[in-house]
Design a binder for this molecule. Structure first.
Ligand code: NIG
Ligand code: FE
Length: 422
């Protein structure tokens, strides 16, 4: 028996459809494919029809033999794709709330890290937890994120920095996908920092060797991650080291993402372009040449304005990126230190206020462009026939309220594969 679910007569149906299937920069990023008084038909979890309500024959659907029909009345509401959080570090142990208070009192993020706190504190806490404990902490966060509208999660490892714990983190990500039914894309970020036990003479070289000769190959062999990422920045890995790691990852079949130019102009963005990474992330310190390189290589720029807010850093210039034709995605960066904000809906609003995106551009950034950066644009991110029916009902008739009333409980319902999940 086939299951038909209709979302009927939304004041605004944001389809994001009609433009290119690749990530969109320039004017195309602001085109929402908006249908007023629009409806969408879902069959067995996938959209089968999307269009103006006037063109929908509900009676014919009701009369279909062997089908069950459920109709959601959406008058006065916005219907839009579920949010896609294309940069998170969701699986970690413990917390760094003390560090947050210290930073609020004036302590510096990079100094805390250099003194063995920061990422290294989360590494200690993550190593001390078994898979079930890490899973219990991660699923709580993921379900809160879903209540805030997120239906697809990219999840990075990077709080293990040894083979065993990196594998454990990625197995938790897999469990969130396979046992908990979340849409998850996993990324190996074993190149997040030099682990504390390698900070002596020869330690750097030996960790780089271990990354390339054992950690990345083991993760590739278990198919635990589709992407590999490197923190190419001041205090983490140099451009040269990052190139070595990313090239090795590419050889092993990983697609690439790069933490680039967050703390300084460290060459990460150019490296992402050189290696044709799917995404270059953060990008606080880039120039016109970097933007040209990203555009030329088809790299998605993933901006993380929550991190700028929490660390009191400048906001990446999203306006300049879009105007230069670089497709922009926006994500939470949800992690235990630099930004533990879980609501991508809130971060979407920050992208307007901080990165100077328009509300329409920001919506494309957390839906279609995020999907494209994850290689999922044919499955999620738009309301279009054939795509999975991941969608949000907003308790407003104007999508701009997501920015205007940032932080208000506007997300009335979250659907994944046509089923209500929050
Ligand atoms: O994306 N920049 C590097 N990694 C994370 C922060 C990790 C942490 O502080 O735990 C980020 O901001
Ligand atoms: Fe990050």
């Amino acid at each position: 028996m086939s299951q038909i679910v209709v979302f009927a007569e939304a004041a605004q149906l944001l389809t994001l459809d009609g433009g290119p299937i690749t990530a969109r920069g320039g004017a195309a990023q602001g085109e929402l494919g908006l249908i007023e008084r629009g409806s969408a038909v879902v069959r067995d979890g996938f959209f089968s029809w999307v269009g103006p309500h006037a063109a929908l024959d509900l009676r014919a659907l009701a009369a279909e033999p062997g089908a069950s029909l459920e109709v959601h009345e959406c008058r006065g509401k916005v219907v839009m794709p579920g949010l896609i959080d294309s940069h998170t570090h969701l699986v970690w142990g413990g917390d760094r709330k003390d560090e947050l208070e210290a930073r609020l009192g004036g302590a510096d993020y990079e100094q805390i890290f250099a003194a063995g706190g920061g990422i290294l504190s989360s590494v200690r806490q993550t190593r001390a937890r078994d898979e079930d404990q890490l899973h219990a902490e991660a699923i709580r966060r993921a379900l809160r994120m879903r209540r805030c509208g997120t239906t697809t999660f990219e999840i990075k490892s990077g709080y293990g920095l040894d083979l065993e714990t990196e594998l454990r983190q990625l197995r938790v990500a897999r469990r969130l996908r396979d046992a908990d039914g979340l849409r998850v894309v996993a990324t190996c970020l074993a190149a997040h920092a030099l682990p504390a036990e390698r900070r002596g003479p020869g330690g750097r070289e030996s960790y780089l060797h271990e990354l390339c000769a054992s950690i990345l190959p083991a993760i590739a062999a278990e198919r635990l991650a589709e992407f590999a990422d490197v923190f190419c920045d001041r205090g983490a890995f140099s451009e040269h080291e990052s190139r070595t790691i990313l090239r090795r990852a590419q050889e092993l079949g990983f697609r690439l993402r790069v933490h680039a130019n967050e703390l300084g102009p460290t060459g990460g963005a150019r490296l992402a372009a050189e290696l044709r990474a799917a995404s270059a992330d953060h990008l606080l310190h880039i120039d016109d040449d970097d933007r040209r390189a990203l555009r030329g290589a088809g790299v998605v720029a993933t901006l993380l304005p929550g991190t700028s807010l929490v660390l009191k850093k400048p906001y990446a210039d999203g306006r300049a990126l879009i105007d230069a034709g670089v497709p922009v995605a926006v994500a939470t960066d949800c992690n235990p230190g630099s930004c533990a904000i879980e609501s991508l809906a809130l971060v979407l609003a920050l992208a307007c206020h901080g990165n100077r995106l328009s509300p329409a551009e920001a919506i494309c950034a957390v839906t279609h462009n995020a999907a494209a950066s994850l290689g999922l644009a044919h499955r999620v991110g738009r309301l279009a026939p054939g795509l999975a029916a991941d969608l949000l009902l907003l308790a407003t008739d104007d999508y701009r309220d997501l920015v205007y009333h940032a932080g208000s409980p506007l997300i009335a319902a979250v659907f994944q594969g046509g089923e209500r999940v929050a």
